[in-house]
Design a protein around this ligand. Structure first.
Ligand code: PLP
Length: 474
């Protein structure tokens, strides 16, 4: 048994060296995994081993079986979805959090975990320029933060749904949630889970920049009320998933405030840009929203998963979810027991990695990285706009560019879609870069998202050359 400690140290050093090599040679693997469906399942036994195996064997299989099935989000030419990357120091924070293995469900189950959450989310709130009246809580994802906000919005209606539920109640009108066709799909999932129903998620019309029309929102709310339905919540997005368009949050706030409707602001991707003075305007109009989601695991150099929900009324959130259990009863006053603020009892010590990231980079280091990403996206957009046959498909205020190749205006739309899909597939098949697509006005467009701290101008240049080559223009 004594050798176990030495084994642990050796294994830890081995893993540390592996991670260091991995970071130092980020182009080593194809960015998009070449695995075919079922490869890993076929490679591994159907039964768990009866006897324990040595670390050497497990780690060898990690390299042999697992790594080929990894799509490298750390690759500097990962441009799909929303590119992400974490400060290296956060890997150490994750190791420490795993070593401590605390469950931060109650304040007393690790006071530092709860209080570090309060401290780091306070730092972040100030970085984002949000007023001190917002209280932040960490959840795993924006999807769960959004769900939690909608649950609070439902509780705020005062319909006693917490106690009586929704089924079989003739006194309960249909509850309505307002989004646009560009709102992230988790809002619809939340409506499913909260008993609101997909049919009661109303897609409000957008303008030519994919931004919600506040007048159309006002009409939708008023029409619903006139028809006996109950407007519950409007969701405004700062940085939509397709194009990073931003809804006019200030005008939407005026509409919802006048009508007593909860305003949730989904700033999962776009919110972090508000740490730049020149992008403060993104969140300024959200200052009196009821709830805001920002994802440090998307664009603030913290590894998945860590999302933050800021609410103006944390007591309402607590009222929505708290239950007194005999086992978990606790006697401290003036502390937060975060198990009371959401579905989960158990909570990882996530704040540690945010603390490490913020201290390691500092506000200025984070700002410099975001500015570099935005500048590279703007330069890429310039190359695309200037190239014959290529066109920009949407405004690109942040670090995402949507575009397509239309070599001949006479081509019919399905042929253009097929051509662009073929170009994307050809680039992705090289293993040298990875991009994804979206649909705008029913048409396929290619999409490049820059968000990895290792991405340089050369990487952006490289994907642009791959695209041009795939399109056959050189
Ligand atoms: C990425 C994203 C989400 C979902 O984020 P998760 O943390 O993965 O749930 C929600 N909304 C927007 C606008 C996003 O960009």
């Amino acid at each position: 048994m004594t050798s176990q400690d030495d084994d642990f140290r050796a294994a830890f050093e081995r893993v540390g060296a592996w991670i260091d090599d991995y970071y130092n040679d980020p182009l080593r693997y194809p960015v998009l995994s070449r695995a075919r469906p079922g490869d890993l399942i076929a490679a591994l036994p159907a039964e768990a081993p009866l006897e324990g195996e040595p670390f050497e064997r497990i780690f060898a299989d990690f390299e042999r079986c697992i790594i080929p099935g990894i799509t490298h989000w750390n690759h500097p030419r990962f441009f799909a979805y929303f590119a992400i990357s974490a400060a290296k120091v956060t890997v150490l924070a994750e190791a420490l959090a795993a070593a401590l293995d605390v469950n931060a469900m109650l304040w007393r189950t690790s006071p530092a975990a709860t209080e570090l959450e309060d401290v780091t989310l306070g730092w972040l709130r100030r970085m984002l320029g949000l007023p001190d009246s917002f209280h932040g809580i960490v959840y795993d994802t924006a999807s769960i933060g959004g769900f939690t906000a909608l649950a609070a919005a439902r509780e705020a209606l005062g319909l006693d749904i917490r106690a009586r539920g929704m089924a079989g109640r003739s006194d309960l009108p249909a509850l309505r949630v307002y989004v646009t066709e560009h709102t992230h799909s988790h809002v619809e999932k939340a409506a499913i889970a909260l008993g609101i129903g997909r049919d009661n998620v109303v897609a409000v019309a957008v303008d030519e920049n994919f931004a919600m029309l506040p007048g159309a929102l006002a009409r939708a709310i008023d029409d619903d009320r006139a028809a006996g339905r109950l407007p519950m919540c409007a969701v405004a997005t700062v940085g939509t998933t397709s194009t990073t368009s931003t809804d006019p949050v200030g005008a939407i706030r005026a509409v919802t405030r006048e009508r007593g409707v909860w305003l949730h602001v989904d700033a999962a991707y776009g919110g972090p840009a508000a740490i730049l003075p020149e992008f403060r305007w993104l969140l300024d109009p959200a200052h009196d929203a009821d709830s805001i989601v920002v994802n440090p695991h998307k664009w603030l150099f913290v590894p998945v998963d860590l999302s933050v929900l800021y609410v103006r009324d944390p007591e309402l959130l607590r009222r929505t979810f708290s239950l007194a259990s005999d086992v978990l009863v606790t006697f401290e006053s003036c502390v937060h027991n975060y198990m009371d603020y959401g579905l989960q009892l158990g909570r990882r010590f996530r704040a540690l990695k945010l603390w490490f990231a913020l201290r390691s980079y500092g506000v200025r280091g984070m700002q410099a990285r975001l500015r570099a990403h935005i500048a590279m996206a703007q330069e890429l957009a310039g190359w695309i706009a200037a190239a014959p046959g290529w066109e920009i498909a949407a405004a690109h205020p942040l670090s995402v560019v949507c575009f397509r190749y239309v070599p001949d205006p006479a081509l019919d739309p399905p042929a253009v879609d097929a051509l662009n899909l073929a170009i994307m597939d050809a680039v992705n098949a090289t293993g040298e870069a990875f991009l994804s697509s979206t649909r705008l006005h029913g048409r396929l467009v290619l999409r490049i998202a820059i968000g990895n701290e290792r991405t340089t101008r050369d990487d952006v240049r490289a994907v642009w050359e791959l695209l041009a080559r795939a399109a056959g223009v050189r």
